[in-house]
Design a protein around this ligand. Structure first.
Ligand code: GDP
Length: 397
C-alpha cells in the first residue's frame, strides 16, 4: 500500500520521520510524507525528511514558538493555513497514493488541534481514504492532556475515515515515565504499522500466495470509528536449517523486530500441519496480547489478519484457519487476510481489529476529560468571584 503520511505536531513528526527512515532502510518507496508544526525547534528535530517537506505554520500568531497545549489555537492555525498545507502535500506528489495517514499525539496542542482540521480538508479534496493514527496520553500526563485528547478524538472520529489509536499508558512499563518510553513506544508503532501498510507490496520474493492488497485494508477500515492493532512474532526455522535469525535476519530483519524474551520457543517446522499450527498460535497471540489500544476485541466489526515471514513458513491453511478463529471471536463476520513473504528471521502476525464498540481506556479518557473541564470552570469562577463583586457592569462586553 502506498501511504502518504502527514506528521502533525511533535509526536506525529517523530513517528513519520521513523516511518520514512524504515522505508529508506528497506530500499522501498511505499511511504512518503511531510511534517507540520507550529514550533520551529520541533521541525529541526526530524532527521529523514528533507527541509522542503517540513512546514512551519502559525508564524504570525505564535512566531515559531508553538501553541503549547492550546489545541483550540492549534485547530485555528491549521484552518487559517490549510491552503499552504494542502500545497505542501500536493507538491510532494499524491497521484499514486492509496491512502493518507495523519499521525498526531492527541494530548498536546498542534497535532491535537490540527489533525482533525487536516482530515476534514483531505477528505474533501482527495478520493483516497484518510486515516488518523492518534496517540492518547497516559492519565499521569495530567488532566489537561486528557481533555485535549478527548476533544480531539471526538472530533477526529467524525473527520477521518478511521482512527487507529495507540495508547501510551498501555505501553509504558511500570515505574517508567512516559517521556523516557517515547523512543521505544515509537518503535513499536512503526513496526506494527510498517508491516501492515506494506502488505501486498512486491519485493524480490514476489507477492504472497494470498495477497492482502490495499483494497482489503481499506475495506476493513471502512466502518469508521476507532481501531486497534495486535502483533506477535516468533523465530523462523526453515526446514532442516538453523533459525534464520542467526544467519543474519535478511533484508527485512529489522522490519519484523526482535523476539521478546517472554515469547514461546520456536517450533521445528517439518510439515504443513506444523506450519499451520504455528501461524494459528501466532495470530491468537497477536489478538489476545497487548493491542495498540486495549479493547474488548469481541466488539470489533471487522478484522484483517496478516502473516509475514520467509516464504518457507507461510501456509495458506494456517491463514484460513486463523481467519476462521478470528471470525468466531469478533462481533462482525468480515475477516480478511493473507500473507506477505519477506526475507526475515522471524514470522509475524498482525491483526487489525476495526471499528471497535468498547474500549475501557476511551471511556476513562472521557471521564478524566469531563472532570478536567468541570475543574477549569470552577477555577475560573473562583478566580473572578474572589475579587470582583456581582452587579458591577463592565464598560463594554
Ligand atoms: P504537539 O507538538 O503540540 O502536537 O504536542 P506533542 O506531540 O509534543 O504531544 C502531544 C501528546 O503526544 C502528549 O500528550 C504525549 O502523550 C504524546 N507524545 C509526545 N511525544 C511523543 C512520542 O515521541 N511518542 C509517543 N508515543 N507519544 C508522544
Amino acid at each position: 500500500m502506498r501511504v502518504f503520511f502527514i506528521g502533525f505536531g511533535q509526536a506525529g513528526g517523530k513517528i513519520v520521520d521513523m516511518f520514512l527512515a524504515q522505508d529508506k532502510k528497506l530500499g522501498s518507496t511505499s511511504f512518503r510524507g511531510v511534517v507540520i508544526n507550529t514550533a520551529r525547534t520541533d521541525l529541526m528535530g526530524v532527521k529523514h525528511i528533507p527541509m522542503e517537506d517540513r512546514l512551519l505554520i502559525g508564524q504570525t500568531m505564535v512566531k515559531g514558538h508553538g501553541v503549547g497545549t492550546d489545541n483550540v489555537t492549534g485547530a485555528k492555525v491549521a484552518a487559517d493555513e490549510i491552503d499552504t498545507i494542502i500545497n505542501a502535500i500536493d507538491k510532494r506528489g499524491t497521484h499514486d497514493v492509496d491512502a493518507f495517514v495523519v499521525c498526531a499525539g492527541l494530548g498536546g496542542g498542534t497535532g491535537s488541534g490540527g489533525a482533525p482540521v487536516l482530515c476534514r480538508h483531505l477528505k474533501r479534496i482527495y478520493r483516497e481514504p484518510v486515516y488518523a493514527l492518534g496517540i492518547i496520553p497516559a492519565p499521569e500526563e495530567g488532566r489537561l492532556y486528557s481533555l485535549n485528547a478527548a476533544r480531539s478524538l471526538s472530533t477526529l472520529v467524525n473527520e477521518a475515515d478511521n482512527v487507529i489509536v495507540f495508547d501510551n499508558s498501555a505501553w509504558k512499563n511500570d515505574g517508567e515515565s512516559v517521556k523516557s518510553a517515547f523512543d521505544r513506544l515509537n518503535e513499536e508503532i512503526v513496526r506494527r504499522f510498517g508491516v501492515l501498510f506494506r502488505a501486498g507490496e512486491v519485493n524480490k520474493y514476489g507477492v504472497g500466495e494470498m495477497v492482502v492488497d490495499s483494497s482489503e485494508i481499506i475495506n476493513t477500515l471502512r466502518g469508521g470509528g476507532i481501531s486497534s492493532v495486535g502483533y506477535a512474532i516468533s523465530e523462523a526455522l526453515p526446514k532442516g536449517g538453523r533459525p534464520a535469525s542467526k544467519s543474519g535476519g535478511g533484508l527485512l530483519g529489522g522490519l519484523l523486530g526482535k523476539k521478546e524474551k517472554k515469547q514461546e520457543p520456536h517450533i521445528d517446522i517439518t510439515s504443513s500441519e506444523d506450519k499451520s499450527a504455528k501461524i494459528i498460535g501466532l495470530v491468537r497471540r497477536a489478538m489476545l496480547g497487548r493491542l495498540t489500544l486495549p479493547c474488548d476485541y469481541s466488539t470489533a466489526e471487522r478484522a484483517l489478519v496478516l502473516v509475514a515471514g520467509p516464504p518457507t513458513e507461510l501456509d495458506r491453511k494456517g491463514v484460513e484457519k486463523s481467519k476462521s478463529w478470528v471470525e468466531e471471536n469478533i462481533a462482525g463476520v468480515e475477516v480478511r487476510g493473507g500473507d506477505y513473504p519477506v526475507d526475515s528471521g522471524y514470522v509475524a502476525a498482525v491483526v487489525l481489529l476495526a471499528t471497535i464498540g468498547n474500549a475501557p481506556r476511551i471511556r476513562e479518557l472521557m471521564e478524566l476529560a469531563k472532570e478536567a473541564k468541570e475543574e477549569v470552570v470552577r477555577s475560573r469562577e473562583r478566580a473572578t468571584s474572589s475579587m470582583f463583586e456581582d452587579g458591577i457592569d463592565p464598560l463594554f462586553e
